[in-house]
Design a binder for this molecule. Structure first.
Ligand code: UGA
Length: 441
Protein backbone atom coordinates (compact mmCIF):
# COMPACT_ATOMS: atom_id res chain seq x y z
CA UNK A 1 0.00 0.00 0.00
CA UNK A 2 1.05 3.64 -0.38
CA UNK A 3 1.78 5.04 3.07
CA UNK A 4 2.56 8.56 4.27
CA UNK A 5 4.17 9.31 7.63
CA UNK A 6 4.07 12.79 9.14
CA UNK A 7 6.80 13.34 11.72
CA UNK A 8 10.10 11.42 11.78
CA UNK A 9 10.75 11.32 15.51
CA UNK A 10 11.28 7.97 17.22
CA UNK A 11 7.81 6.65 16.44
CA UNK A 12 7.47 8.01 12.90
CA UNK A 13 10.88 6.97 11.67
CA UNK A 14 10.65 3.44 13.03
CA UNK A 15 7.06 3.06 11.81
CA UNK A 16 7.94 4.25 8.31
CA UNK A 17 11.00 2.02 8.01
CA UNK A 18 9.14 -1.00 9.42
CA UNK A 19 6.19 -0.56 7.05
CA UNK A 20 8.64 -0.37 4.12
CA UNK A 21 10.16 -3.62 5.40
CA UNK A 22 6.66 -5.15 5.26
CA UNK A 23 6.55 -4.24 1.56
CA UNK A 24 4.67 -0.94 1.58
CA UNK A 25 5.73 2.21 -0.28
CA UNK A 26 6.44 4.84 2.31
CA UNK A 27 6.97 8.60 2.10
CA UNK A 28 8.12 9.90 5.50
CA UNK A 29 7.87 13.64 5.96
CA UNK A 30 8.98 16.18 8.54
CA UNK A 31 8.93 19.97 8.50
CA UNK A 32 12.41 19.91 10.03
CA UNK A 33 14.39 20.23 6.80
CA UNK A 34 17.73 19.59 8.53
CA UNK A 35 16.47 16.27 9.88
CA UNK A 36 15.22 15.22 6.46
CA UNK A 37 18.55 16.20 4.87
CA UNK A 38 20.37 14.14 7.50
CA UNK A 39 18.20 11.12 6.75
CA UNK A 40 18.68 11.57 3.02
CA UNK A 41 22.44 11.59 3.56
CA UNK A 42 22.12 8.16 5.21
CA UNK A 43 22.35 9.24 8.86
CA UNK A 44 19.84 8.64 11.66
CA UNK A 45 19.11 11.55 14.04
CA UNK A 46 19.14 9.34 17.18
CA UNK A 47 20.50 5.99 18.27
CA UNK A 48 18.25 2.97 17.97
CA UNK A 49 19.56 -0.59 17.52
CA UNK A 50 19.04 -2.06 14.02
CA UNK A 51 17.46 1.15 12.72
CA UNK A 52 20.37 2.37 10.58
CA UNK A 53 20.54 -0.95 8.76
CA UNK A 54 16.77 -1.06 8.28
CA UNK A 55 16.66 2.46 6.85
CA UNK A 56 19.64 1.80 4.56
CA UNK A 57 18.03 -1.41 3.31
CA UNK A 58 14.67 0.20 2.63
CA UNK A 59 15.97 3.42 1.05
CA UNK A 60 18.00 1.16 -1.28
CA UNK A 61 14.83 -0.68 -2.36
CA UNK A 62 13.23 2.71 -3.09
CA UNK A 63 10.32 1.90 -0.79
CA UNK A 64 11.31 4.49 1.81
CA UNK A 65 11.56 8.16 0.81
CA UNK A 66 12.19 11.22 2.97
CA UNK A 67 10.51 14.52 2.13
CA UNK A 68 9.90 17.88 3.79
CA UNK A 69 6.67 18.99 2.09
CA UNK A 70 3.36 17.75 3.57
CA UNK A 71 1.84 17.43 0.08
CA UNK A 72 4.44 14.79 -0.84
CA UNK A 73 3.49 12.51 2.05
CA UNK A 74 -0.26 13.14 1.97
CA UNK A 75 -1.02 13.46 -1.74
CA UNK A 76 -0.75 9.83 -2.94
CA UNK A 77 -1.18 8.05 0.37
CA UNK A 78 -3.83 5.42 1.03
CA UNK A 79 -2.93 5.41 4.73
CA UNK A 80 -1.39 8.41 6.47
CA UNK A 81 0.26 8.07 9.89
CA UNK A 82 0.31 11.02 12.27
CA UNK A 83 3.51 10.70 14.31
CA UNK A 84 4.02 14.30 15.39
CA UNK A 85 5.10 15.24 18.91
CA UNK A 86 2.49 15.61 21.59
CA UNK A 87 4.02 17.71 24.35
CA UNK A 88 2.20 18.78 27.50
CA UNK A 89 1.14 22.33 28.35
CA UNK A 90 2.42 24.07 31.47
CA UNK A 91 -0.75 22.87 33.24
CA UNK A 92 0.02 19.25 32.32
CA UNK A 93 -2.64 18.85 29.62
CA UNK A 94 -1.90 17.26 26.25
CA UNK A 95 -0.98 19.84 23.62
CA UNK A 96 -2.56 18.88 20.30
CA UNK A 97 -1.67 21.87 18.13
CA UNK A 98 0.64 19.81 15.91
CA UNK A 99 -2.03 17.13 15.44
CA UNK A 100 -4.59 19.75 14.38
CA UNK A 101 -2.07 21.24 11.93
CA UNK A 102 -1.72 17.83 10.28
CA UNK A 103 -5.52 17.71 9.98
CA UNK A 104 -5.40 20.94 7.99
CA UNK A 105 -2.61 19.61 5.74
CA UNK A 106 -4.66 16.48 5.13
CA UNK A 107 -7.68 18.56 4.14
CA UNK A 108 -5.52 20.48 1.69
CA UNK A 109 -3.78 17.56 -0.01
CA UNK A 110 -5.65 14.28 0.57
CA UNK A 111 -6.91 11.97 -2.15
CA UNK A 112 -10.50 10.81 -1.44
CA UNK A 113 -10.66 7.56 0.53
CA UNK A 114 -7.57 8.33 2.64
CA UNK A 115 -7.31 6.58 6.02
CA UNK A 116 -5.65 8.74 8.67
CA UNK A 117 -4.03 6.74 11.46
CA UNK A 118 -3.09 8.39 14.76
CA UNK A 119 0.14 6.94 16.11
CA UNK A 120 0.96 9.82 18.44
CA UNK A 121 -0.31 9.17 21.97
CA UNK A 122 -3.42 11.33 22.24
CA UNK A 123 -6.38 11.80 24.61
CA UNK A 124 -9.71 10.09 23.88
CA UNK A 125 -11.79 12.15 21.48
CA UNK A 126 -8.83 13.26 19.34
CA UNK A 127 -9.96 11.15 16.35
CA UNK A 128 -13.36 12.88 16.53
CA UNK A 129 -11.72 16.30 16.69
CA UNK A 130 -9.51 15.44 13.74
CA UNK A 131 -12.46 14.22 11.71
CA UNK A 132 -14.30 17.47 12.43
CA UNK A 133 -11.29 19.63 11.53
CA UNK A 134 -10.84 17.91 8.17
CA UNK A 135 -14.58 18.04 7.40
CA UNK A 136 -14.70 21.75 8.24
CA UNK A 137 -11.66 22.53 6.11
CA UNK A 138 -12.75 20.40 3.14
CA UNK A 139 -16.45 19.59 3.18
CA UNK A 140 -17.38 16.54 1.12
CA UNK A 141 -13.99 14.75 1.29
CA UNK A 142 -14.39 11.01 1.91
CA UNK A 143 -11.87 9.80 4.52
CA UNK A 144 -11.56 7.68 7.69
CA UNK A 145 -9.73 8.29 10.94
CA UNK A 146 -8.37 5.41 13.02
CA UNK A 147 -6.48 5.34 16.30
CA UNK A 148 -3.52 2.99 16.00
CA UNK A 149 -1.42 3.57 19.13
CA UNK A 150 2.25 2.63 19.19
CA UNK A 151 3.73 0.55 22.02
CA UNK A 152 7.41 0.51 20.99
CA UNK A 153 10.12 0.98 23.59
CA UNK A 154 13.21 3.06 22.90
CA UNK A 155 16.17 0.73 22.53
CA UNK A 156 13.90 -2.08 21.21
CA UNK A 157 11.88 -0.02 18.76
CA UNK A 158 12.57 -2.00 15.59
CA UNK A 159 11.78 -5.38 17.12
CA UNK A 160 8.76 -3.98 18.98
CA UNK A 161 7.39 -2.67 15.67
CA UNK A 162 8.12 -5.71 13.54
CA UNK A 163 7.06 -8.19 16.25
CA UNK A 164 4.62 -6.34 18.53
CA UNK A 165 2.68 -8.09 21.32
CA UNK A 166 -0.51 -6.70 19.79
CA UNK A 167 -1.76 -4.23 17.20
CA UNK A 168 -4.62 -1.98 18.25
CA UNK A 169 -6.93 -0.31 15.77
CA UNK A 170 -9.75 1.87 16.98
CA UNK A 171 -12.27 3.30 14.58
CA UNK A 172 -15.86 4.22 14.24
CA UNK A 173 -16.08 3.31 10.57
CA UNK A 174 -15.61 -0.01 8.72
CA UNK A 175 -13.45 1.45 5.91
CA UNK A 176 -10.72 2.28 8.41
CA UNK A 177 -10.58 -1.26 9.78
CA UNK A 178 -10.39 -2.76 6.31
CA UNK A 179 -7.38 -0.67 5.30
CA UNK A 180 -5.54 -1.37 8.55
CA UNK A 181 -6.15 -5.13 8.30
CA UNK A 182 -4.60 -5.05 4.82
CA UNK A 183 -1.68 -2.88 5.96
CA UNK A 184 -0.81 -5.14 8.91
CA UNK A 185 -1.66 -8.35 7.01
CA UNK A 186 1.97 -9.61 7.06
CA UNK A 187 2.11 -9.29 10.88
CA UNK A 188 -1.35 -10.74 11.46
CA UNK A 189 -0.21 -13.65 9.27
CA UNK A 190 2.54 -14.33 11.83
CA UNK A 191 -0.09 -14.73 14.54
CA UNK A 192 0.16 -11.25 16.04
CA UNK A 193 -3.26 -10.28 17.43
CA UNK A 194 -5.00 -7.26 15.94
CA UNK A 195 -7.45 -5.88 18.48
CA UNK A 196 -10.26 -3.77 17.06
CA UNK A 197 -12.09 -1.26 19.24
CA UNK A 198 -13.83 2.07 18.93
CA UNK A 199 -11.51 5.07 18.54
CA UNK A 200 -11.80 6.44 22.08
CA UNK A 201 -11.06 3.05 23.61
CA UNK A 202 -7.93 2.64 21.48
CA UNK A 203 -6.75 6.16 22.36
CA UNK A 204 -7.24 5.58 26.07
CA UNK A 205 -5.72 2.08 25.99
CA UNK A 206 -2.29 3.50 25.12
CA UNK A 207 -2.33 6.02 27.98
CA UNK A 208 -3.63 3.27 30.26
CA UNK A 209 -0.80 0.90 29.31
CA UNK A 210 1.92 3.46 30.02
CA UNK A 211 0.31 4.63 33.26
CA UNK A 212 -0.03 1.03 34.42
CA UNK A 213 3.65 0.33 33.70
CA UNK A 214 4.48 3.46 35.72
CA UNK A 215 2.22 2.19 38.52
CA UNK A 216 4.05 -1.13 38.66
CA UNK A 217 7.41 0.67 38.94
CA UNK A 218 6.16 3.01 41.66
CA UNK A 219 4.67 0.08 43.56
CA UNK A 220 8.09 -1.59 43.52
CA UNK A 221 9.74 1.65 44.66
CA UNK A 222 7.28 2.24 47.51
CA UNK A 223 7.76 -1.37 48.52
CA UNK A 224 11.51 -0.79 48.43
CA UNK A 225 11.15 1.92 51.05
CA UNK A 226 9.18 -0.43 53.30
CA UNK A 227 11.74 -3.19 52.71
CA UNK A 228 14.56 -0.87 53.76
CA UNK A 229 12.71 0.14 56.90
CA UNK A 230 11.91 -3.44 57.86
CA UNK A 231 15.19 -5.13 56.89
CA UNK A 232 13.79 -7.03 53.89
CA UNK A 233 15.08 -7.19 50.29
CA UNK A 234 12.88 -5.71 47.53
CA UNK A 235 14.77 -7.55 44.78
CA UNK A 236 13.80 -10.89 46.29
CA UNK A 237 10.26 -9.72 47.11
CA UNK A 238 9.58 -8.66 43.52
CA UNK A 239 11.08 -11.96 42.35
CA UNK A 240 8.51 -13.76 44.51
CA UNK A 241 5.70 -11.50 43.29
CA UNK A 242 6.77 -11.78 39.65
CA UNK A 243 6.67 -15.58 39.78
CA UNK A 244 2.90 -15.26 40.13
CA UNK A 245 1.60 -15.48 36.55
CA UNK A 246 -1.10 -12.95 37.41
CA UNK A 247 1.52 -10.33 38.33
CA UNK A 248 4.51 -11.09 36.09
CA UNK A 249 8.12 -9.99 36.73
CA UNK A 250 8.34 -7.06 34.24
CA UNK A 251 8.50 -3.45 35.41
CA UNK A 252 8.96 -4.34 39.06
CA UNK A 253 12.60 -3.25 39.32
CA UNK A 254 12.99 -0.82 42.19
CA UNK A 255 15.54 1.98 41.81
CA UNK A 256 15.67 5.54 40.60
CA UNK A 257 12.22 5.31 39.03
CA UNK A 258 10.88 5.91 35.56
CA UNK A 259 12.10 8.62 33.20
CA UNK A 260 12.01 9.17 29.45
CA UNK A 261 9.61 11.01 27.22
CA UNK A 262 6.59 8.77 27.66
CA UNK A 263 5.89 7.25 31.08
CA UNK A 264 6.07 10.51 33.10
CA UNK A 265 4.12 12.49 30.48
CA UNK A 266 1.43 9.89 29.83
CA UNK A 267 0.81 9.23 33.53
CA UNK A 268 0.30 12.94 34.07
CA UNK A 269 -1.88 13.24 30.96
CA UNK A 270 -4.17 10.42 32.05
CA UNK A 271 -4.53 11.94 35.51
CA UNK A 272 -5.47 15.29 33.93
CA UNK A 273 -7.92 13.70 31.47
CA UNK A 274 -9.64 11.92 34.37
CA UNK A 275 -9.79 15.10 36.42
CA UNK A 276 -11.30 17.10 33.58
CA UNK A 277 -13.81 14.34 32.98
CA UNK A 278 -14.81 14.43 36.65
CA UNK A 279 -12.87 11.52 38.20
CA UNK A 280 -10.15 11.97 40.78
CA UNK A 281 -7.46 9.46 39.73
CA UNK A 282 -5.50 9.93 42.96
CA UNK A 283 -3.68 6.65 42.37
CA UNK A 284 -1.79 8.24 39.46
CA UNK A 285 -0.84 11.28 41.53
CA UNK A 286 0.60 8.89 44.09
CA UNK A 287 2.51 7.08 41.31
CA UNK A 288 4.12 10.38 40.28
CA UNK A 289 4.95 11.34 43.88
CA UNK A 290 6.56 7.97 44.57
CA UNK A 291 8.60 8.44 41.40
CA UNK A 292 9.92 11.83 42.55
CA UNK A 293 10.61 10.34 45.95
CA UNK A 294 12.67 7.52 44.38
CA UNK A 295 15.21 10.06 43.09
CA UNK A 296 15.13 12.04 46.35
CA UNK A 297 15.80 8.86 48.34
CA UNK A 298 18.92 8.06 46.31
CA UNK A 299 20.11 11.67 46.63
CA UNK A 300 19.62 11.39 50.40
CA UNK A 301 21.77 8.23 50.51
CA UNK A 302 24.58 10.08 48.73
CA UNK A 303 24.27 13.12 51.00
CA UNK A 304 24.24 10.97 54.10
CA UNK A 305 27.23 8.95 52.95
CA UNK A 306 29.57 11.80 51.98
CA UNK A 307 28.28 14.47 54.42
CA UNK A 308 28.69 17.94 52.84
CA UNK A 309 28.55 17.92 49.07
CA UNK A 310 30.37 21.20 48.53
CA UNK A 311 33.66 20.39 46.78
CA UNK A 312 33.04 16.63 46.75
CA UNK A 313 33.40 14.69 43.53
CA UNK A 314 30.36 12.59 42.62
CA UNK A 315 30.56 10.07 39.77
CA UNK A 316 27.32 9.25 37.99
CA UNK A 317 27.47 6.02 35.99
CA UNK A 318 24.78 6.18 33.33
CA UNK A 319 23.12 9.38 32.16
CA UNK A 320 20.46 8.12 29.72
CA UNK A 321 17.01 7.51 31.20
CA UNK A 322 17.54 3.79 30.64
CA UNK A 323 20.09 1.55 28.92
CA UNK A 324 20.09 1.05 25.15
CA UNK A 325 19.35 4.68 24.27
CA UNK A 326 21.04 8.08 24.06
CA UNK A 327 17.86 9.78 25.30
CA UNK A 328 18.26 11.89 28.46
CA UNK A 329 14.73 13.35 28.57
CA UNK A 330 13.41 13.19 32.17
CA UNK A 331 16.44 11.10 33.06
CA UNK A 332 16.71 10.52 36.82
CA UNK A 333 20.50 10.78 36.43
CA UNK A 334 20.20 14.36 35.23
CA UNK A 335 17.89 15.28 38.11
CA UNK A 336 20.64 14.03 40.43
CA UNK A 337 23.35 15.83 38.45
CA UNK A 338 21.44 19.12 38.68
CA UNK A 339 20.85 18.69 42.41
CA UNK A 340 24.44 17.76 43.28
CA UNK A 341 25.87 20.54 41.09
CA UNK A 342 23.56 23.05 42.80
CA UNK A 343 24.88 21.82 46.14
CA UNK A 344 28.42 22.61 45.03
CA UNK A 345 29.65 19.13 44.12
CA UNK A 346 31.85 18.41 41.13
CA UNK A 347 29.71 16.02 39.10
CA UNK A 348 31.37 13.74 36.59
CA UNK A 349 29.29 11.41 34.47
CA UNK A 350 29.85 8.47 32.17
CA UNK A 351 27.47 6.98 29.64
CA UNK A 352 28.27 4.76 26.66
CA UNK A 353 25.78 6.64 24.45
CA UNK A 354 24.32 9.72 26.07
CA UNK A 355 27.32 11.73 27.36
CA UNK A 356 27.04 14.53 24.78
CA UNK A 357 23.26 14.84 25.26
CA UNK A 358 23.69 15.00 29.05
CA UNK A 359 26.41 17.61 28.76
CA UNK A 360 24.15 19.76 26.60
CA UNK A 361 21.43 19.57 29.25
CA UNK A 362 23.71 20.19 32.27
CA UNK A 363 26.69 22.34 31.24
CA UNK A 364 28.46 21.93 34.62
CA UNK A 365 28.59 18.17 34.12
CA UNK A 366 32.04 16.78 33.38
CA UNK A 367 31.96 13.70 31.19
CA UNK A 368 34.42 10.85 31.25
CA UNK A 369 35.23 8.46 28.41
CA UNK A 370 35.16 5.36 30.54
CA UNK A 371 33.62 4.50 33.90
CA UNK A 372 36.96 4.14 35.71
CA UNK A 373 37.97 7.63 34.66
CA UNK A 374 34.73 8.94 36.20
CA UNK A 375 35.33 6.94 39.37
CA UNK A 376 38.91 8.17 39.86
CA UNK A 377 38.98 10.49 42.88
CA UNK A 378 35.20 10.24 43.43
CA UNK A 379 33.83 10.55 46.95
CA UNK A 380 30.76 8.61 45.90
CA UNK A 381 29.86 6.57 42.83
CA UNK A 382 26.18 6.44 41.88
CA UNK A 383 24.92 3.89 39.37
CA UNK A 384 22.02 5.61 37.60
CA UNK A 385 21.38 3.53 34.46
CA UNK A 386 21.41 -0.25 34.11
CA UNK A 387 23.99 -0.44 31.28
CA UNK A 388 25.32 -4.05 31.22
CA UNK A 389 28.94 -2.88 31.52
CA UNK A 390 28.31 -1.50 35.03
CA UNK A 391 27.21 -4.94 36.18
CA UNK A 392 30.69 -6.17 35.18
CA UNK A 393 32.68 -3.41 36.92
CA UNK A 394 35.97 -4.50 38.49
CA UNK A 395 35.06 -3.64 42.07
CA UNK A 396 38.61 -3.97 43.42
CA UNK A 397 39.61 -1.32 40.92
CA UNK A 398 36.66 0.84 41.95
CA UNK A 399 37.90 0.61 45.55
CA UNK A 400 41.44 1.59 44.54
CA UNK A 401 40.46 4.50 42.30
CA UNK A 402 37.71 6.16 44.33
CA UNK A 403 38.60 8.71 47.01
CA UNK A 404 35.98 7.11 49.29
CA UNK A 405 34.93 3.53 48.49
CA UNK A 406 31.19 4.24 48.44
CA UNK A 407 28.81 3.01 45.76
CA UNK A 408 25.13 3.97 45.74
CA UNK A 409 23.48 1.49 43.39
CA UNK A 410 20.44 3.32 42.04
CA UNK A 411 19.47 0.38 39.81
CA UNK A 412 20.49 -2.59 41.99
CA UNK A 413 22.81 -3.94 39.30
CA UNK A 414 25.74 -5.06 41.46
CA UNK A 415 25.98 -8.26 43.45
CA UNK A 416 26.02 -7.16 47.12
CA UNK A 417 28.38 -10.00 48.10
CA UNK A 418 30.91 -8.98 45.47
CA UNK A 419 30.67 -5.38 46.63
CA UNK A 420 31.23 -6.39 50.25
CA UNK A 421 34.19 -8.64 49.44
CA UNK A 422 35.81 -5.78 47.50
CA UNK A 423 35.51 -3.66 50.64
CA UNK A 424 32.97 -1.17 49.34
CA UNK A 425 30.34 0.59 51.35
CA UNK A 426 27.48 -0.55 49.16
CA UNK A 427 24.13 1.23 49.33
CA UNK A 428 21.50 -0.34 47.06
CA UNK A 429 17.79 0.57 46.82
CA UNK A 430 15.29 -1.36 48.93
CA UNK A 431 17.76 -3.97 50.11
CA UNK A 432 20.19 -4.16 53.02
CA UNK A 433 23.28 -1.95 52.79
CA UNK A 434 26.75 -3.48 53.11
CA UNK A 435 29.03 -1.21 55.02
CA UNK A 436 32.76 -1.52 54.47
CA UNK A 437 35.35 -0.25 56.91
CA UNK A 438 34.87 3.24 55.63
CA UNK A 439 31.61 3.75 57.48
CA UNK A 440 30.28 7.21 56.88
CA UNK A 441 26.85 8.34 58.02
C1 UGA B 1 7.51 3.27 27.17
C2 UGA B 1 6.65 2.00 27.07
O1 UGA B 1 7.33 0.90 27.69
C3 UGA B 1 6.36 1.65 25.60
O2 UGA B 1 5.49 0.54 25.52
C4 UGA B 1 5.70 2.88 24.93
O3 UGA B 1 5.43 2.64 23.56
C5 UGA B 1 6.63 4.08 25.05
O4 UGA B 1 6.87 4.34 26.45
C6 UGA B 1 5.95 5.25 24.39
O5 UGA B 1 4.86 5.64 24.84
O6 UGA B 1 6.43 5.72 23.36
P1 UGA B 1 10.13 3.81 26.92
O7 UGA B 1 9.79 5.22 27.29
O8 UGA B 1 11.04 3.55 25.76
O9 UGA B 1 8.78 2.98 26.60
O10 UGA B 1 10.81 3.20 28.21
P2 UGA B 1 10.54 1.95 29.18
O11 UGA B 1 11.30 0.78 28.71
O12 UGA B 1 9.08 1.79 29.41
O13 UGA B 1 11.24 2.49 30.52
C7 UGA B 1 10.74 3.67 31.17
C8 UGA B 1 11.49 3.96 32.43
O14 UGA B 1 11.11 3.04 33.46
C9 UGA B 1 13.01 3.91 32.36
O15 UGA B 1 13.53 5.06 33.01
C10 UGA B 1 13.37 2.65 33.11
O16 UGA B 1 14.65 2.71 33.70
C11 UGA B 1 12.28 2.62 34.15
N1 UGA B 1 12.00 1.26 34.70
C12 UGA B 1 11.56 0.27 33.89
C13 UGA B 1 12.17 1.04 36.06
O17 UGA B 1 12.56 1.94 36.83
N2 UGA B 1 11.88 -0.21 36.57
C14 UGA B 1 11.43 -1.22 35.78
O18 UGA B 1 11.18 -2.32 36.31
C15 UGA B 1 11.28 -0.98 34.41
Amino acid sequence: MRVGVIGVGHVGLVTGAALAELGHEVVAMDLDVAKIELLRSGKTPFYEPELDELIARQTATGRLLFRSEPAEAVGDAEVLFICVGRPTTAAGDASLTAVEAVGRDVAKHATPGLVIAEKSTVPPGTADRLRLTIARERPGLAFSVVANPEFLREGHAVQDTLRPDRIVVGSDDPGGFEAMRKLYGPLVGLGIPLIETDARTAELSKLASNAFLATKISFANALGRVAELTGADVVRITEVMGADMRIGPAFLRAGLGFGGYCLPKDTQTLERIAERAGYDFGLLRAVMLVNEDAVAAVAAKVEEAVWNLEGKRIALLGLAFKSGTDDVRSSPALILARRFADEGAVVVGHDPMAAAEARAAIPELEVADDPYEAITGAHCVVICTEWPEYRELDLDRVCELAAYPIVVDGRNVLDPDRAEIAGLTYLPVGRPARRGEDVVG
